[in-house]
Ligand binder design. Sequence first.
Ligand code: ADP
Ligand code: ZN
Length: 729
Amino acid sequence: MLVKVAIDLSLGKLFTYEVPENLKEKLAIGQLLSVPFGHREARGFAIELAQALPEHHNQDSFKLKPISAIVDEVPFFSATLLKVAKMISAYLGAPIESVLKAALPAAVLKKNVKPRELIFIEPKFSLLPVKLTERQQWLYDQIVRLGGGWMAQLIKELKTTNASLRELGAKGLINISVKERRRDPLSGKRFLPSKPLPLNDEQRAALNAIYGVQPSTSNLKPVLLYGVTGSGKTEVYLQAIAKELEAGKGAIVMVPEISLTPQTVQRFASRFGSKVAVLHSALSDGERYDEWHRIRAGEARVVIGPRSAVWAPVKNLGLIVVDEEHETSYKQDETPRYHARDVAVLRGHVEGARVVLGSATPSLESWHNVEIGKYVLAEMKQRAGKGTLPNIHLVDMKFERGGIFSRELLDAIKARLDRHEQTILFLNRRGYARSVSCPRCGYVFECEDCGVPFTYHQSDNCLRCHICGGWQETPSECPECKEKILDMKGIGTQRAEAALKKCFKEARVLRMDADSTSRKYSHDDILGAFRRHEADILIGTQMIAKGLDFPNVTLVGVLNADSSLNLPDFRAAERTYQLLSQVAGRAGRAELPGEVFVQSLDPSVNVLRSVLKGDFSAFAKEELADRKAASFPPFTHLALINMRSQDLNKLAAWAQMYAESLRNSSKELMVSDAISSPLEKAEGYYRYQIVVRSENPRLVTAAWKAISEKREPPKSILVSLDLDAYNMI
Ligand code: ADP
Ligand code: ZN
């Protein structure tokens, strides 16, 4: 018997090994194996079993090496999950081992991460009489009463010592052994159990769409749950999961990393207790190792996590929920560039699991899939709790002469301060000013490595590059003309914060952006303080746009709605709609009605008008018509071929050649010219891109593969394929 193995860094090739007689019975695909590889031992996953090599290999002259060992007999990947991984690998043109690697928490494969072993004590019953002191007798009785426990805990609870326990052990009254104890990220936290709420009509209809009309598990359609913020989508997820658990099945709930807050986790843990496992980046290696093993062992049946949770080894998977399905963080920005929503849909299909995609502002891809009958739509238009949808006002900033806050917004903030209600202000740029330039000669301070303007940061008085993180001290004069007074253009969160403090001296202001949250947990600290009303105003970047539920917030201000509309991205309008609706959704979550002010230099644009009306379908209709006319997604698949090099001339020439070859390879591909990327230079590398579109994504991958094999790029040029690209920069 032979086995084909995927080994890290083997560039998509599978290596064939002999299976020794004594391992034949135990070997299964998906297992982690140890194999000889060159002069070393490597680890790899069993991908396929075969009886013999294909005919053209001469068995006599071709000597295969045997595998050395099966590292773990329990497969890391079930046959179905492995099938999904292979399909994704083929779709993206990414090596299978890269997909498998992305599918596992790194901690699971690290050699230095091991199960935690602790000392466990169990009472024994001695048949022979044993002489005990009074204190020893008491201790023994207590251990019998408790039925044993972890030594460290017993020492604490019974106020005893290691030595006293060992004495009982020596007398044969207790059994002292080493046992594995899972590290639990939720341990020490108490969750009040929560009961299912009686569903309202819209929620019941949504649950019926997920469970009622579908004929059989072999052709389940994903359900797009389009529900306004606060319509009670989470309650629908919770009750769907409860159904799965009752049927002995498991579920995965994906949420964007940024909304994976303790609050979110709490809602699931309160309902399902220790059946819940959490996977996210703030866990320690040990916790992640244990959570993953709890899932694989079937101890945890409900998994909550970001993008990578779509690969969780849940047994007997019944349901996958993708909350905020429009979020671009579901798309991985490095090889393998998979989109977790698409993987969820594929995995649901392969494993016969139901898939629910939830959003208040669905992606146009998913909306389109409803229109063509691939997905089923369930709609929830009303807020489920006490809240009502907020009133939205558009404010024209053309007449505000470069000010940060309009008169209307200032009045509204003042009214909130007077009424002891809270305000959230949203601004899409961190730092103080967008750029620093010379008013006399026009010189702009830029990062040399990236060619983008520096952002001024007031807190440490320096200029920072938001691309590479490079910085320099703020110069005291223009290097060209020696002008001493420099111009600060544009507004960042720091500047808005400073201006706000000037307007409202008595107001307590918190700021939340990448700069104020770099310390671990400060994210939760800031939100916790705001929730406890230790501040009146929270000002921040898109970090504050999502998933937060503050009952006392009745005002939201969007300071500069134009900034995301002007991005060089065909999804700019879609992103702006999503962002503004999400931000607006922060206001009026409870009894108090909410108000939203959206400031813009051009409030007449359609996106803003649709946001104002809260009319997603009108927006989608118009935007989809534009996309269709221009052959953009979702009517085509769009791929970016990204190239970078330190040598601009070589890069430009090579990119042209590459575009030419692509064009010649198939008439069905729409291939752009090779041009420099919107971000022309980053971290010292020049960047070029080719945009390839096709109705058939497989043609793109095929052409890419064929050309990469024919023309290997010079070492100085790095090329990558990003199929279904989201990051256009
Ligand atoms: P979404 O996930 O759609 O933003 P949530 O699930 O967070 O909405 O629900 C918003 C609020 O409404 C929450 O406070 C929730 O407890 C409440 N809620 C949800 N469903 C019901 C219901 N059927 N009856 C009463 N309150 C509900
Ligand atoms: Zn830079």
